[in-house]
Design a binder for this molecule. Structure first.
Ligand SMILES: NC(=O)CC[C@H](N)C(=O)O
Length: 200
């Protein structure tokens, strides 16, 4: 079966193209019934508040939660991670609906505004040993979320120290724990894995 890519907003085209380069058929998902036709799902990066509004408008949340509950592999990139987190902070007034299923708390815009976006080289020795390929991975963090905490069942594949001077509001500091994690990509279900940042 094909891999679905939630195609409401954001970088769904780029994810479909990446799947194509891997020789995998990617299908754009916009309706609940389409979830029955795929074996795994990718939720792309974008703007999670807008994506959540569109998902709500199209009544997709119950089917998406069901898909996650079935234990099928789900991959979340940036805004996709926010969707999959059990809890999110730094949301717009009124909050936003989440799919949940990944035992972690994310901060939506941990690093600040769009101009605080950055790239960083991540060491992934365990992944390279298991799957082959290079020992490092270039991560692109576009107004990236951060994982503030994660449950013990979540396997961490890579981590990186964030700059000590964070563009974060005073009132939000209290929410942060001593160790903060920021995610770039995750999948849940069988392979509960994600890549995150570490701050001392
Ligand atoms: N690159 C991204 O997907 C950014 C996510 C964004 N910070 C949000 O709230 O949705």
């Amino acid at each position: 079966m094909a891999v679905g890519v939630l195609a409401l907003q954001g970088s769904f085209n780029e994810h479909i193209a990446a799947l194509r380069r891997l020789g995998v058929k990617g299908v754009e998902i916009r309706k609940a019934a389409q979830l029955d036709t795929i074996s795994a799902l990718i939720i792309p990066g974008g703007e999670s508040t807008t994506m959540a509004k569109l998902a709500h408008y199209h009544n997709l949340f119950p089917a998406l939660r069901e898909f996650v509950k079935m234990g099928k592999p789900v991959w979340g990139t940036c805004a996709g991670l926010i969707f999959l987190a059990d809890k999110a902070t730094g949301q717009k007034e009124g909050g936003q609906e989440l799919i949940g299923g990944l035992n972690c708390t994310v901060h939506r815009n941990y690093f600040g505004s769009q101009i605080q976006s950055f790239e960083a080289e991540l060491a992934v020795p365990d992944l390279a040993a298991k799957e082959g390929g290079p020992e490092s991975y270039r991560g692109v963090f576009i107004r990236a979320p951060a994982i503030l905490d994660a449950g013990p069942e979540v396997e961490i594949l890579a981590e990186i120290r964030v700059p000590s001077k964070k563009p974060i509001e005073e009132k939000e500091v209290a929410e942060l724990q001593e160790v903060c994690h920021a995610l770039i990509l995750i999948s849940i279900g069988w392979q509960s894995v994600f890549i995150y940042f570490l701050q001392c």
